[in-house]
Design a protein around this ligand. Structure first.
Ligand code: MN
Ligand code: MN
Length: 297
């Protein structure tokens, strides 16, 4: 393998890597790195997202490494599964500080390093999005979710899964853009906030139009809360919300994103034990394969 390892990680934990990827506790140039955050400490309704990363990996063994949608195969690319952060599932600050400590000296752009972070609940996206913002000052953030996540804190927790977009938005400059789609739940204030900032695309067509208008070299980060999908397809999630998207509309939008410069992503809120059939994990795993491939150039 011609990619050089530039940093060795300590104490990562995992059973087996995502299908078609290589397990290594190290960061490599010109590579995408899968990393699990087994954290669900701010969950307000149904816990269990801490089991998400390994459920996604286990379910990936029912998939092919080849995607007929994108005509790409995971095995064609340098994709490393680094395992899970060794952090207790209820320590938000520890989780994010650990990730920050591990990645703060990386130059993602120069070394072409990407992350696909697996949650965990949505608050885990804070660290990975901050990292992307630090490395790409004109980052465009795409947020797919049923919930606005724009509360200014929730249940005495400033960094709650219900306030993650607000916390990330605190770090935005005039060079950043936020595009949200799928949002169908929030407070009146959150909807007013989205209206004021014009962040919410109200239909798939409107969303695709916004993404197509982004310059093809501009860095994009995707944060995908799996409750974006309808509970008919994804019941295994902490806060299900009727009226969601299906796999086909997701494929439409991921194909548009594939043509852009996707530099990082996270997939959060799979709580596998809530869905005893295992279908949610299988669904989420296929979604993860497509995101992983959309990250490849
Ligand atoms: Mn969310
Ligand atoms: Mn949500």
């Amino acid at each position: 393998m011609k990619d050089q390892s530039i940093k060795v990680l300590a104490n990562m934990e995992m059973s087996k890597p995502f299908i078609g990827t290589r397990y290594s506790e190290a960061i490599y140039k010109n590579s995408t790195h899968i990393m699990g955050f087994c954290f669900d400490g701010t969950t307000s309704f149904r816990p269990g997202a801490r089991f998400g990363p390994d459920a996604l990996r286990d379910a990936s063994f029912g998939l092919e490494t080849y995607s007929p949608y994108q005509d790409l195969d995971i095995e064609e690319f340098s994709i490393i599964d680094c395992g899970n952060l060794p952090i207790y599932p209820s320590k938000w600050k520890l989780t994010n500080d650990y990730f920050h400590g591990m990645t703060q000296d990386l130059d993602l752009k120069k070394d072409n390093i990407k992350f696909l972070v697996l949650g965990g609940e949505h608050s885990i996206s804070y660290g990975p999005i901050r990292l992307a913002l630090d490395n790409y000052d004109d980052l465009c953030l795409i947020h797919l979710d049923a919930h606005a996540d724009f509360r200014d804190g929730y249940l005495e927790e400033k960094f709650s899964h219900a306030s993650i977009m607000r916390r990330v938005y605190d770090h935005f400059t005039e060079k950043n853009t936020l595009i949200q789609y799928g949002i169908r739940s929030g407070t009146k204030e959150e909807f007013e906030f989205m209206k004021e900032k014009d962040t919410l695309a109200k239909s798939l067509e409107a969303f695709i139009e916004r993404v197509e208008a982004i310059n093809s070299t501009r860095p994009i980060y995707l944060t995908l809360d799996l409750d974006f999908f309808d509970p008919a397809f994804m019941p295994g999630t902490g806060t299900p919300e009727a009226g969601g998207e299906n796999f086909h509309s997701f494929i439409k939008l991921i194909k548009v994103l594939k043509e852009k410069n996707l530099v990082g992503a996270d997939i959060v809120e799979l709580a596998p034990m809530i869905d005893a059939t295992g279908n949610s994990s299988a669904f989420a795993s296929k979604v993860a394969r497509e995101v992983l491939l959309a990250l490849q150039k």
